[in-house]
Design a binder for this molecule. Structure first.
Ligand code: CMP
Length: 377
């Protein structure tokens, strides 16, 4: 196939990321998994079973076709063909497709071979955005998580040894060997507690109590580390997104990098649909807004005024410490950056030149309103 045709294929089949295609993938996966589960049901009749297996072959055909297209349609020659199989996505695509026919060729019973269809789920790990966030948090917090894991293993082993010593003679079937005691320690430390092995001696019970409390502590620590990691990662991502928006507002261009970091921390992002009321005339003002994208309309009489990306509004109520002078409504889907009143005063105190810009604009707007109202009959 010529280079030109390959590029063609790339354009035709790489809407793999489109919503419709994703919906198709999810439908094929769901149908495949349901069929896989259904053929394991004992007593299913031959005819529906045959249809289910045909359905499974169709799903496998779909994923094989997808793999084939991806193998040959990559625009980058370094990622095409067998090279694709050595990438993470390529390996997952191959793992989803190859094991089933191989198992069937080696004579594995049909129900068992088709259980490998559960590997199709791996293809969807890349589509779940939360998973990449989870991986990032786990890798960032790996040291803290590993130290809790070490504590977990120490408590596990010590508890198993202690129970083997104290209970081994009394209950050889449950605690007669270290592996048996380890089973008890795992179910107790993870607070699962099947109750199949219960210490009977006084010391055994004391140790069991300590292990249960340690189990709660260890899982509390893990949860705490992951929760803090998630919130730190969210803050980092928010910061980067807000930073990107701040650089689009000319008002902040004069600021040096430390001041940009400072204002980025102060600003909050607000995404609004069109025709949303942002501020209402007469209401007290507790923040001002910078337009990162979109457009708003200031409902002034007799002529409303439109403000576009880079402009700001809502400053007059903050400077006058009074009510909003006009209602402001979005005319397009807009992204605004909000600066709260306390941050506004702190920031303008540190950057008097910017304070002057805001004050001059507020004065100009106030006089424009005055002249408009004085001209009106
Ligand atoms: P505030 O009074 O807090 O809320 C309404 C906002 O509309 C006001 O602050 C100004 O930011 C903005 N505004 C008022 N008059 C004008 C004008 N003439 N041109 C542009 N914006 C205005």
């Amino acid at each position: 196939m010529s280079q030109h045709r390959i590029k063609d294929l790339h354009f035709r089949f790489e809407p793999f990321g489109s919503r419709a295609y994703r919906a198709l993938q999810y439908s094929v996966l769901t149908a495949g998994l349901v069929a896989m589960a259904a053929i394991t049901v004992p007593g299913i009749r031959a005819e529906p079973r045959a249809w289910l297996i045909i359905g499974l072959w169709c799903c496998l055909g779909f994923f094989t076709f997808e793999l084939a297209v991806r193998l040959w349609s990559r625009s980058d020659p370094k990622k095409r063909g067998l090279n694709y199989l050595f990438s993470a996505a390529g390996a997952i695509d191959a793992i989803a497709v190859l094991p089933i026919p191989i198992a069937l060729l080696f004579g594995v019973p049909t129900e068992i071979a088709w259980l490998l269809a559960s590997l199709w789920l791996l293809k969807f790990t890349a589509l779940v955005p939360g998973l990449s966030l989870l991986w990032r948090v786990i890798s960032l917090e790996s040291r803290a998580l590993a130290s809790v894991l070490v504590i977990f293993l120490i408590v596990l082993l010590l508890a198993a040894v202690a129970l083997h010593v104290f209970e081994g003679v009394e209950q050889p079937e449950q605690f007669g060997s270290l592996p048996l005691s380890l089973w008890w320690a795992v179910t107790t430390l993870t607070t699962t507690g099947y109750g199949d092995a219960v210490p009977e001696t006084f010391l055994g019970r004391v140790i069991a109590g300590i292990v249960m409390i340690c189990g709660l502590g260890v899982f509390g620590l893990w949860t705490g580390i992951l929760a803090t990691g998630f919130s730190a990662e969210h803050r980092r991502r928010d910061f980067i997104r807000t930073w990107d928006l701040v650089t689009r507002v000319p008002f902040f261009r004069k600021l040096d990098p430390p001041a940009i970091i400072e204002i980025t921390r102060m600003l909050r992002r607000l995404d609004l649909a069109e025709r949303t009321v942002v501020v209402r005339r007469g209401r007290p003002g507790d923040c001002m807004y910078f337009i990162a994208s979109g457009e708003v309309e200031v409902k002034l009489e007799p002529r409303p005024i439109r403000l576009g990306p880079g402009s700001f509004f809502g400053e007059m109520a903050l400077l006058e410490r009074g009510p909003r002078i006009a209602t402001v409504v979005t005319t397009l889907p807009s992204t605004l950056l909000i600066l709260d009143v306390s941050d506004f005063h702190a920031f303008t105190a540190l950057h008097p030149d910017l304070a002057q810009v805001v004050e001059a604009e507020a004065a100009r707007r106030a006089s424009a309103i005055k002249s408009e109202t004085s001209v009106r009959p």
